[in-house]
Design a protein around this ligand. Sequence first.
Ligand SMILES: Cc1cc2nc3c(=O)[nH]c(=O)nc-3n(C[C@H](O)[C@H](O)[C@H](O)COP(=O)(O)O)c2cc1C
Ligand SMILES: *[C@@H]1O[C@H](CO)[C@@H](O)[C@H](O)[C@H]1NC(C)=O
Ligand SMILES: *[C@@H]1O[C@H](CO)[C@@H](O)[C@H](O)[C@H]1NC(C)=O
Ligand SMILES: *[C@@H]1O[C@H](CO)[C@@H](O)[C@H](O)[C@H]1NC(C)=O
Ligand SMILES: *[C@@H]1O[C@H](CO)[C@@H](O)[C@H](O)[C@H]1NC(C)=O
Ligand SMILES: *[C@@H]1O[C@H](CO)[C@@H](O)[C@H](O)[C@H]1NC(C)=O
Length: 387
Amino acid sequence: MKPPLKALLEGFGLVVGGLGTFCCYEIYTENQKFYANCFMPLIHKVLDAETAHKAAVKALAWNLLPGRKHHDDPSLRQVIWNKEFQNPVGIAAGFDKDAEAMVGLSNMGFGFIEVGSVTPLPQIGNPKPRVFRLYEDKAVINRYGFNSCGQEAAKHRLNKFDQHQCRGNIVLGVNLGKNKTSTDDVADYITGVRQLGKYADYIVINVSSPNTAGLRNLQQKKRLETLCKAILQERDKLVNKPPVLVKIAPDLSDDDKQDIAKVVLECNVEGLIVSNTTVRRPESLRSVHKKEVGGLSGLPVRDVSTKLISEMYQLTEGKVPIIGVGGISNGTEAYEKIKAGASLVQIYTALVYGGPPVLTNMKKDLVEHLHKDGYENISQAIGAVHQ
Ligand SMILES: Cc1cc2nc3c(=O)[nH]c(=O)nc-3n(C[C@H](O)[C@H](O)[C@H](O)COP(=O)(O)O)c2cc1C
Ligand SMILES: *[C@@H]1O[C@H](CO)[C@@H](O)[C@H](O)[C@H]1NC(C)=O
Ligand SMILES: *[C@@H]1O[C@H](CO)[C@@H](O)[C@H](O)[C@H]1NC(C)=O
Ligand SMILES: *[C@@H]1O[C@H](CO)[C@@H](O)[C@H](O)[C@H]1NC(C)=O
Ligand SMILES: *[C@@H]1O[C@H](CO)[C@@H](O)[C@H](O)[C@H]1NC(C)=O
Ligand SMILES: *[C@@H]1O[C@H](CO)[C@@H](O)[C@H](O)[C@H]1NC(C)=O
């Protein structure tokens, strides 16, 4: 090789190597701006939304991300349902649908993880494309249609996670779904409790009922009551008796909300998750994908979800712990949901745009908010706007 060419290649190698080292360093040190402005946009350029999601799950499953011991500030610690949460931020359902990435997610610093939705039988979900990034709106629309490895495969992985004591002090929720072809959702949830309940610190069932006309309300309430009673009864047969939580959609009528609150109190459902994605499309949306069919998540659902948390907190008289979820991307937004009545929060869409630093910064800013308002810990701030 001619010396000048060699020098050129070496020079090129140095630059590439330097850039690579820089990237690795920035990834390792979780530079927030680097993620939000360089790394995630680069990923978005080269990978479509579903492939990027898959890659992220695999990276976590193989533990490729820098895992570190996280020592969360004591003010973030809470005991709920007799479980200790090191911090109040969890990963929402739908990210780790097949229970593959629990160790990686735990190393990332989440206080709790919710896997699923897991359906009884494996199913492939809707045709692709079925996930869309709405950049301008800091939002995502998905119509995955509950692709799932099924209960059997999930059970195997949860069992392994349990046995190898990889679990540490992470709290693990299992979100149950039903088969697409199922005509009996109660039966599907019950097999879920039976199959996966013993691995769960809490169980989630989905009560994302579509808007109902007033006439059908009585029927609807009765249905919900039957569903909750059957699931709680099945749960009571388990040794660990995990609490049962109901996850609701933001698209509920006032009557729906009251019915759900009544059933939750009467049947002793232990918690609420507020909220799922919305089928509505706010006027404010600007992205080209805004007309895609599916559930909308991220910034456009933030305030709808916070308002619903407030309402459900009041309707349930602050007696039922609420997990607040929907459009949270920083500590201030998490804190708003906590003050509205959430005991814990979850994130998903913000990670698509900001990567892991979103979590680290959120926890840091939460601590600051607590101190600024003179609270010793999270428990004291829950529902503060209602006092
Ligand atoms: C791609 C994607 C898939 C989801 N899949 C599920 C699911 O399987 N089960 C479920 O209960 N929620 C699912 N969700 C809803 C989230 O758990 C969460 O309720 C919602 O996205 C709002 O939070 P966010 O704005 O922080 O994303 C999904 C959300 C997204 C974006
Ligand atoms: C939160 O602070 C209050 C008041 O000091 C205290 O009673 C409570 O035990 C604390 N909770 C936790 C989990 O530390
Ligand atoms: C959640 O409930 C809605 C309404 O009953 C239903 O259409 C949907 O399939 C459910 N999702 C799962 C994962 O079971
Ligand atoms: C859903 O899956 C379960 C578990 O295999 C099965 O027993 C049930 O019949 C299925 N439901 C329907 C109606 O497809
Ligand atoms: C959440 O909402 C979507 C539509 O926004 C719906 O298809 C789905 O069944 C709901 N429930 C769950 C568990 O995701
Ligand atoms: C939190 O995120 C929202 C929405 O992206 C933004 O408007 C707000 O300025 C952020 N707040 C802080 C303190 O970073």
